[in-house]
Design a protein around this ligand. Sequence first.
Ligand SMILES: [Ca+2]
Length: 184
Amino acid sequence: MKAFVTTASAAALLLLATGGVSQGQPAADAPCAGQIHANPGFEHGTTGWTAGPRIVVFGDATRPAHTGHAYAAFAGLDVTRGDLLRTTVTVPANCDLTVRFWVRTTTTETSRGDYLNVGMAVTGIPPKTRFSLAFDGGAQWRQYSMSTGTATTERTATVSFVASETAGNGATAFDVDDATFTLS
Ligand SMILES: [Ca+2]
């Protein structure tokens, strides 16, 4: 316990010394401002995310990232399978959280068989699928956004990207990058 107090005091002194701005450690009364996810662009692999195997792609020159070198890929393999990518953030009281993300869709499908369902679960609100993306999403990066709205209490928000593929009518690959979590 003593060590913890000492560390906390040192952190407080550091905050004072640096003008109150620290990386990844928002103050208790953090304002409703800024991007709060540590790894929005997957440049640090799956850090900060719960992810299925081999979801993050690095440095593929033929399918470059939206920004940086990495992105999350739900590969179109034309087999019946699923993939999950999920993260949870804390939304302080009286803050609105806006989640923005970019998706690129590469497909050989001509009808809806493979999906990328993007869901959000917020404390006090039933989980909901906000987007059900399919083959017609476009081969260029396209941005989507969704918000939690505000509440008077602190909440958690869990965002999930769930891909489901069905074998047999072509393959669709969904790439996701720059999933930002911004308070306002
Ligand atoms: Ca990236």
